[in-house]
Design a protein around this ligand. Structure first.
Ligand SMILES: [Mn+2]
Length: 309
């Protein structure tokens, strides 16, 4: 097997130079510069978002295509999508060890991480094991570690006990996320009770979002919990005390546009004040400005006034 050569960069020009020298870019998106594309067009962000995910295409269409020349240029987080793509292109594990239901799930979870319960299936649990690995930092070492974890996983070397531990850890995270909900408001700013089926009720998106009585949830929580919170309200205002920052989110573009009009949350940033911003589905308070916990509640009430349905 040829040695993997992984180059990490946060610089668009460097990624272009490495691409021209024969390194295959995988998910090399650089904001306003756009994506650096190689022989296999392995990105699906921004201007490339019409393309299918990279692991899906690498596993299905290009397995082993770079086995003799496994040189890659990467950026950002070593997530399962990018890492699995590299493992498949370079044939680091036999193709039979990468079942279609696993790479399809990696793809699905990459493009829409909300509302898919990873703990519900064996392949999901395996993906959750990968996602829970510590040390998956945004650098070359993080990518090498992540590739090693993915290989271990695909070779079937993760024990039942380790997978069970992942299950318990994620249930603990979900419980913490639910405990972190401090208020759920309906359209008239009446506070609603926490439902008994918070963990199992469907995500409030699309028609469900428009028809639901809960409108906005306010959370104060140290763990990531949008998969839980969007079951409680289609708009989530989250306060992170460590960052002293307020984040506003909707589960997807369609839902955000139904609730706030074309452009989704882009309509609310100017109304929330100077410096607020982000994308159509998620964003938050001005960079570098420290907010107080109470600002999340105030933001939630302002959002109620901006809903168009
Ligand atoms: Mn991806």
């Amino acid at each position: 097997m040829h040695d993997l050569d992984i180059r990490y960069t946060n610089d668009y020009e460097t990624a272009c130079r490495l691409r021209d020298a024969g390194y295959e870019p995988v998910e090399c998106a650089f904001g306003q510069h756009g994506s650096v594309m190689g022989r296999f067009d392995l990105d699906h962000h921004g201007a490339e978002s019409h393309r299918e995910g990279v692991a899906l295409r690498a596993c299905r269409d290009h397995y082993g295509a770079l086995a003799d020349d496994p040189r890659f240029v990467v950026t950002g987080t070593p997530d399962a999508d990018a890492v699995l793509a590299i493992v498949a292109l370079s044939a680091r594990v036999p193709a039979a060890r990468i079942p279609a239901d696993f790479y399809a799930l990696v793809d699905e979870h990459d493009t829409d991480p909300i509302g898919k319960d990873l703990l519900a299936t064996e392949q999901g649990l395996r993906l959750a094991w990968f996602n829970q690995r510590p040390g998956l930092y945004q650098n070359a070492d993080g990518f090498r570690k992540a590739i090693g974890h993915m290989e271990t996983l695909l070779r079937g070397e993760v024990s039942r006990a380790a997978l069970d531990k992942v299950h318990r850890a994620d249930m603990a995270r979900r419980n913490k996320a639910a405990e972190g909900v401090s208020a759920i408001y309906d359209g008239r700013a009446v506070e609603l009770d926490m439902p008994d089926d918070a963990m199992t009720r469907p995500v409030l998106r699309g028609d469900l979002a428009v028809g639901s009585r809960p409108r906005v949830a306010v959370v104060h929580c140290a763990v990531w919990g949008f998969d839980v919170w969007y079951r409680l309200a289609p708009v989530v205002v989250s306060y992170a005390s460590r960052m002293a920052k307020v984040t506003v989110g909707c589960p997807d573009t369609d839902t955000a546009e139904r609730l706030f009009g074309a452009g989704g949350l882009a309509n609310v940033w100017p109304a929330l004040g100077k410096g607020w911003g982000g994308r159509g589905t998620i964003g938050g308070s001005p960079r570098g400005q420290r907010l107080k916990a109470g600002d999340a509640g105030r933001t939630a009430l302002e959002l109620l006034d901006l809903l168009i349905v």
